[in-house]
Every structure is written in C-alpha cells, then in structure tokens.
Design a protein around this ligand. Structure first.
Ligand SMILES: [Zn+2]
Length: 161
C-alpha cells in the first residue's frame, strides 16, 4: 500500500455527480499524539494512530468531500479540527439516499481495535456515542461488516503533503 501515499489529490466531482447523496468514511492519520481543541467539545487528548470518521451528505456528496479536502476553510464541524491536525489518507464513500450513516458508523465501531476517544464527536444529531473511532494500526475498511460499503464504497488515496 506504500504507493497510495504518492498519488495526487482527488477531485471527487470527477468521479461522482456533485449532487449525489451518500455516506462516507474518512481515514485520518495522526503521526504524533497531541491535544486538540474540538470546538464546543473542548480540549481532548488524541493518541497517535488512525481515526475513522463517518458522515453523510444528503445534498451533495462530491461537494462535501471536496470541502473535507480543502484546507482554506473555517472550522465548522468537529472533524474539521482533526483534519487540520492530521492527514487525510483515505476516503470511502457509498452513494445512497438512505440514512445509513449510523449503521455504517456502528460497523466501524465493531471492527477489531476500535476505541472511542471523544464522546459526542460528530454525533450531535443522532444517538450514537461518537462517529469517530481510533485505531492503533491502519484499519482495513474493506473488512468492515457494513455490507453496502463493502460492495460499493470506493477507496481514494489522498496526498496533502
Ligand atoms: Zn449516529
């Protein structure tokens, strides 16, 4: 998988209609443990390793993913603070109009090694404890038990360095 870090920034809209609805996972690598202020959630300690965040975009998956890729933006969501500190290494997405975000998030939570770091991260609008899971080693999302994603999600590699 070493070559994946050398590929260029993706343009999601070249792959999918910008208006498509869907859900997505972001894989973020944090090379050093550090404290991060996460908006109203305040300061939290983030161990180094990999984080998987699950979100949904019901009005424009392409636009949302491209926003996650941009660096010149104001911090708005919890994930923006972590993206600023870490490195986005993979995007997995699934085009669907169904509200499967929490189901997909639960599948990540059930993967071996998943740990909660911040309660309430990305889950202000649902009943999940968090939409962000930490892994000490790079998680294999193709082994997620979220079957729609396993069939249809696409892997994109991102190099922001
Ligand atoms: Zn949820």
């Amino acid at each position: 998988m070493s070559q994946t870090t050398e590929r260029p920034l993706i343009n999601v809209e070249s792959h999918e209609p910008g208006s498509a609805k869907g859900i997505y996972h972001l894989v973020i690598h944090l090379s050093q443990s550090r404290g991060i202020a996460v908006g109203r959630l305040g300061w939290h300690f983030f161990p180094r390793g990999y984080y998987v965040y699950t979100g949904s975009a019901l009005s424009g998956l392409g636009a949302r993913l491209n926003r996650h890729l941009r660096e010149d933006k104001r911090d708005r969501w919890h994930i923006d603070y972590l993206l600023r500190a870490g490195r986005l290494t993979e995007i997995w997405y699934h085009v669907t109009g169904r509200r499967l975000e929490c189901t997909a998030n639960q599948a990540i939570a059930n993967m071996p090694g998943a740990r909660e770091v911040v309660c309430g991260f990305g889950s202000s609008d649902c009943r999940c404890r968090t939409h962000l899971w930490h892994f000490r080693v790079r998680p294999r999302l193709d082994r997620s038990r979220f079957r729609p994603a396993a069939r249809a999600a696409r892997v994109e590699s991102v190099d922001r360095s």
